[in-house]
Design a protein around this ligand. Structure first.
Ligand SMILES: Cc1cc2nc3c(=O)[nH]c(=O)nc-3n(C[C@H](O)[C@H](O)[C@H](O)COP(=O)(O)OP(=O)(O)OC[C@H]3O[C@@H](n4cnc5c(N)ncnc54)[C@H](O)[C@@H]3O)c2cc1C
Length: 445
């Protein structure tokens, strides 16, 4: 498309080979070739892109680092991919205001490191934190192990700068936790997967860095013993900053084929528990925890130093990539059920006969249910299995996505399982903010 050739403040990729990496993300979804990939370097590029998209009738698909698992940044027909990796700006920490400002292009790794360099903490920690962009985490409202205690990305956003359909960048919110002058429109953009506008920067809330960590490996002989623990811990006043688990199948695969650290992992199934409040490494705290866990605590191992802690987390953080490498066509879901319904969920999964292995964020009921044989399963059967899984989660008071979002991968299920009144409200908001339908068309709704 010739109109794109004169775009100011932008790099343009147009040959099919250089656009190839932009056809997919980390989900199983692959899109068609886009009209072009544009890397904006400044607001003039975005202004002109919006004008052209409306005039020429093409869509704009925002992309961060492409680590998403729902096909959200994958191009659809007649779209231009807008790759935010070159969007300018520095990370600025304000210890007085306990906040940090960063551009959407900032790697999440750098955002977290900038906070830590001042003794401060930005809790959101998707397991892709070393490779994803801040913009992608804002657009997907990313979670991660720490969400168990600290909540999702949206709970840490004070203000957002976003490109709207007028082609201009607008700021929503202020650099303070207290801001109540009307509904928080900025929160509409967090988790919107780029369908209302594009995020170019944000001010994030920080807190003092935890000074102590108690990181525990909890192997169990009967894996169902883990299922009541998140609820029991919370009910007794313990709030782990992370509570992750591997079911027997995932643990066996890690032990047999994983990295060196994984080969020695104990148990039929395994949980990783972490606490980060003051006093969590003290004897009284650990004794009280031991008492609460009861016989399940028999094989409990406490990480004795930072090296051991890092080793435990390294295994957890590589699990998704490890399984993907071994089962390239697997489908990985991220359903949620309330902590109190975990046992019912697994009983339901058994009844449905869905051949799945599971690991993930047990502490907040967000489970990565992986269908490893998806590539070899007949498509209609696979679709039925996934719908069964989603319906089960919803029937237990949960939802079909706890952190990855809807994108393209879960759109059909989202439309089928959502309250029609809520879908209508969403469409009305989409129409009000994006009447020409240029922002990430075909995604979510
Ligand atoms: C190994 C692995 C582990 C993961 N673990 C987790 C986890 O624990 N928790 C979790 O939540 N996710 C996890 N993810 C999923 C993914 O990494 C996160 O969703 C991450 O936030 C995506 O960031 P990204 O920069 O790669 O975004 P992309 O994949 O590029 O985009 C994600 C979505 O955001 C939109 N988008 C991107 N940038 C913008 C922007 N500037 N403005 C508007 N919309 C935009 C895209 O269109 C797309 O819809 C994991 C992924 C992998 C591969």
């Amino acid at each position: 498309m010739d109109a794109l050739a004169g775009l100011p403040e932008a790099t343009l990729l147009r040959d099919p080979a250089s656009m190839e990496p932009f056809l997919r993300d980390e989900s199983h979804v692959r899109g068609p070739h886009p009209l072009a990939v544009v890397r904006p370097h400044g607001p003039r590029a975005l202004r002109e892109l919006v004008r052209l998209a409306k005039a020429e009738g093409f869509g704009l698909v925002p992309r961060g680092a492409g680590t998403g698992k729902a096909g959200g940044c994958v191009p659809t027909e007649r779209t231009v991919v807008v790759d935010f990796s070159a969007w300018p700006g520095d990370i600025r920490v304000s210890p007085q205001d306990l906040c940090l400002h960063a551009p959407a292009s900032a790697p999440l790794r750098d955002v977290k490191a900038a906070a830590e360099s001042q003794g401060l903490f930005y809790p959101p920690d998707p397991n892709s934190w070393e490779s994803c962009s801040l913009g992608g985490t804002l657009a997907t409202n990313a979670g991660g192990p720490n969400a168990c205690k600290y909540g999702m990305t949206r709970h840490w956003v004070l203000s957002v700068e976003a490109l709207l359909e007028d082609g201009e960048i607008h700021t929503f919110g202020i650099s303070s936790v207290k801001a109540n002058a009307g509904p928080a429109l900025g929160q509409l953009l967090i988790g919107s997967e780029g369908i209302f506008g594009f995020i170019v920067g944000a001010t994030l809330r920080l807190m003092p860095l935890p000074r102590e960590y108690a990181t525990l490996l909890l192997p169990v002989k009967h894996w169902e013993d883990l299922l009541d623990l998140p609820g029991r811990l919370c009910g007794a006043g313990f709030l782990p900053s992370a509570f992750e688990f591997f079911d027997p199948a995932v643990l066996a695969e890690l032990r047999a084929h994983g990295p060196e650290e994984a080969r020695r992992l104990p148990g039929e199934a395994l949980a990783i528990l972490e606490f980060d409040e003051r006093g969590c490494t003290s004897e009284p705290f650990l004794e009280a925890l031991h008492d609460l866990l009861g016989p399940v605590a028999e094989g409990l191992v406490i990480a004795s130093d930072a090296r051991q802690r890092n080793g435990i987390w390294a295994v957890r953080r590589m699990t998704s990539a490890f399984l993907k490498e071994r089962h390239p066509k697997k489908v990985s879901e991220d359903i949620v059920v309330p902590r109190s319904r975990l046992r019912d969920f697994f009983a339901g999964l058994d009844q449905l006969g869905i051949p799945a292995v599971t690991y993930g964020h047990l502490g907040d009921g967000n489970l990565h249910v992986n269908l490893l044989a998806a590539g070899e399963t007949e498509p209609a059967l696979l679709a039925g299995q996934l719908m069964g899984l989603f319906r089960l989660a919803v029937s237990l008071g949960g939802t079909l996505s706890g952190e990855h979002g809807i994108g393209l991968a879960k759109r059909e299920a989202f439309l089928a399982l959502s309250d029609p009144a809520q879908l209508q409200a969403l469409r009305a908001i989409k129409h009000a903010l994006d009447p020409a339908g240029i922002f990430n068309p075909g995604k979510v709704i």
